[in-house]
Every structure is written in C-alpha cells, then in structure tokens.
Design a protein around this ligand. Structure first.
Ligand SMILES: [Zn+2]
Length: 402
C-alpha cells in the first residue's frame, strides 16, 4: 500500500502541474521532473528507513527477550548449581568423620584422590589406625614398629631423590595443548591436583603409609610362624621368628627364616594368617628369655619354652604342659609337685618313650639347660589366656611324633 502511494503521488503531481494551458519553457518541465524524482527517492529512503528501523527494533526486542530469557535460565541454572554445590565437605566435622570412618582402606585411597581437602582428611592417622588394628593388630608387635622406622630411614635418601626428580618434571606438552580446547577449569583442576600430589607426597611416618607398605608386601616385618616350613615334622608345635612379606593376591605370606647354623636362609610361601603371631615377648631369637613364672608353675599349666638344637641356632618357642614329678600319681589331694624345686615339662605330641617327650628344669635357678644331644632349653613363659592355648591345640599334629 505504501509503495502504491509512493508511486502514485509523483504521477498525480505531474499531471496536476501539467494542467495549465499556458505552455512552459522546456527547461522548466525538466526542473519540475527532477524535483519530483528527488521527492520520490526521498520517500523511498524514508520508508526504507522506517522499515529498517522496525526490523532493527524488532531484532533488538527479540535479542533482549532472548537475553532476558537466558538470564532467567542462567539464574535458574545458577540456583540449581548453588543447590548442587552442597558437597560432602560442607557436612559437620563429626558427620564427615563418621562417613570416612565407614570407608574401607581402598575407599579412603579413592576418596583421597578427589581433592586436596579430602586427601588430607583421608590420610588421617585416626582412620588408618583403626584399619591397622583390625587387619594387622594380631601380627604386629613392638618390634615391627622399630623395624618400620629402620625401613623408613633406609629408604629416606632414595625417596627424597625420587621426589626431587618428579618436581623437576615440566608439565607435559599435550596437557598444555589440551588446555586450549578443553574446559579451562577442568584442566586447571587437574594440573593443580597433579602439582599438589608432587608437593604433598604421603608422609612416610603416617599410619597410612605404614599400612600400604604392609599391604604391598614391600615391607618385610618381623613376626613368628607356627609349625614352620609347612609343618615340617622337626618343628611341629613350635613357633619361630621370621621376616614376613604379605601377598595381597593370595592373602598369604612369604616367610624368610634366618640362617640356622650352617643352613642358609629358608623361604616358605603361602603361610596362612592362622600360623602367624606377633612375638609375645621382646626377646631376640638368639637371647635367653628371663623366666618370671617359675614359682607359679604347677601341674596342668600350659607353657612355652625356648629350645634350640645347638647354641649357634636361634631359639624357637615350643608348647608344653607342666607334669607331675615321680612318684606323684596326679591325685589332687596328695600332689605336692608345685612345692618341688624341679619342674617336669611334657611335650605330649611325642610318643611315650621319645627323648623329646619330657624334660626336667630347676625352678630355683633356671638358666639354659641341655646338651648337644637333646638340645638346649631356655626361658619359659606361662600361657594365661584361652586364646593362646586354643591356638596351640588347633595346631596339634594328626599323628603322634616319634
Ligand atoms: Zn603332682
């Protein structure tokens, strides 16, 4: 319609001006035609401008609507994100400790990889102390802690050099390239975490480090093994010192027994948990244990006594029972064996008549007693707990020993 008017108006003006009968000069009509063309162009320009203005304004309005809707969406997303930002770290300390306390060792290790805050929390000695007691408490003694400290001291230099080498490494080129195309926050987070790992290695003196070294089998720890060398007949119902390394794949141990006189180191694989214990006393295998129970011993008591084949060998602990002295028949009303200076020790796993079945020791002044033929009997410890006694009974040989 607008275009129609624009086209009609100049024509109408031309006709109306051409109506006078008086003839005008030629140049005058040309000037009039030019002016008409000017106005036509001007009207076109005006309309075009108005039209463009409308387009632009509608475009601007559309954009502003879109932007406002985006702002609304963004604010909505932001609200959702704000509500999602509630992380486990926002929990009260006690609740967080309870959650972490429920995690297994592998769960704690995984959780420690999430961020630096959780890493520090998951390395806490309190958490790992519980796992240590639950899994290793029965076989870990005081001597293990000393051994662990020596182990740390021995590898301190090498691990220090290793950390320095890691720190000296520059970020890999492909990571730098990726940072141009991947979300910067993600890359930055990874780089920062990677950097933290280098800057904050697991402290060697932490219980977590100790636990993981035991699990990995890298740390050989001192303990004692019942019925060594797969229940060899020569060691039945005894318990010997050994160094042990855990194999997590089979959930068993490798035992390394110290040299036995001329015998070199003996290694035994596949040692089960129920054949291992922490050393009950802090006496090295080559030292005589000072007995503190000699005056308390009476028939029927369960004991362990040190014994070794000759003086070059380490002692092992052997299970036995206090018996009656002759001519006591064991009658409860007539027995005075507990008043005798001599104590009879019986090793009933051996057949009657065997030279290993019975021995006598002096209650008043017991030191190491014996000879090259029968071996040497050392210190005695009385067994007070049912657990210790039942452990020995479970290991009782199927057949009587000669
Ligand atoms: Zn008696």
């Amino acid at each position: 319609m607008l275009f129609f008017l624009i086209s009609i108006i100049p024509l109408f003006l031309l006709i109306s001006k051409s109506l006078p009968l008086k003839a005008l000069p030629l140049w005058a009509s040309e000037v009039r035609l030019l002016s008409i063309l000017f106005w036509q162009e001007f009207l076109y320009f005006l309309v075009y401008s108005v039209k463009n203005t409308r387009l632009i304004s509608s475009w601007v309005i559309e954009i502003s609507i879109k932007m406002s809707s985006k702002r609304k969406c963004a604010s909505r997303v932001q609200n959702v994100e704000e509500s999602m930002e509630m992380s486990v770290l926002d929990l009260p300390d006690l609740a967080l400790e309870c959650i972490l306390g429920k995690l297994s060792p592998s769960g704690l290790c995984n959780m420690a990889c999430v961020c630096s805050s959780l890493r520090d929390l998951c390395r806490d000695d309190y958490l790992w102390g519980r796992h240590m007691r639950e899994k290793w408490g029965r076989v870990i003694g005081q001597s293990v802690k000393r051994e662990w400290e020596w182990f740390l001291a021995s590898r301190k230099e090498s691990s220090g050099a290793c950390v320095e080498r890691q720190s000296a490494k520059k970020p890999k080129r492909w990571i730098r390239s990726l940072s141009h195309v991947w979300p910067l926050s993600w890359i930055k987070m990874r780089l920062v975490e990677g950097g933290n790992r280098v800057r904050s290695p697991l402290p060697n003196n932490s219980i977590m480090s100790w636990y993981l070294s035991l699990e990995s089998g890298k740390f050989w720890f001192p303990a004692q093994v019942y019925n060594r060398e797969h229940g060899h007949v020569g060691f039945m119902l005894s318990c010997y010192d050994a160094e042990l390394s855990y194999d997590c794949r089979t959930d068993t141990f490798q035992a390394r027994y110290p040299p036995h006189g001329r015998r070199t180191v003996v290694i035994e694989d596949g040692v089960q948990w129920d054949r291992i214990r922490a050393p009950p006393v802090d006496t090295p295998a080559h030292d005589l244990h000072i007995s503190d129970c000699l005056h308390d011993l009476r028939p029927g008591n369960h004991i362990e006594i040190q014994w070794r084949r000759n003086k070059e060998f380490p002692y092992g602990w052997w299970y036995g029972i206090v018996g009656h002295m002759e001519p006591c028949d064991g009658s409860e009303h007539f027995c005075h064996c507990h008043l005798n200076d001599t104590i009879a020790l019986e090793f009933n796993q051996y057949t009657p008549g065997s030279r290993w079945r019975r021995t006598l020791i002096n209650r008043q002044d017991h030191r190491e007693e014996g000879n090259e033929s029968d071996g040497f009997y050392g210190g005695i410890r009385k067994l007070y707990t049912k657990d210790e006694i039942s452990t020995w009974k479970k290991l009782w040989p199927v057949e009587v020993l000669e």
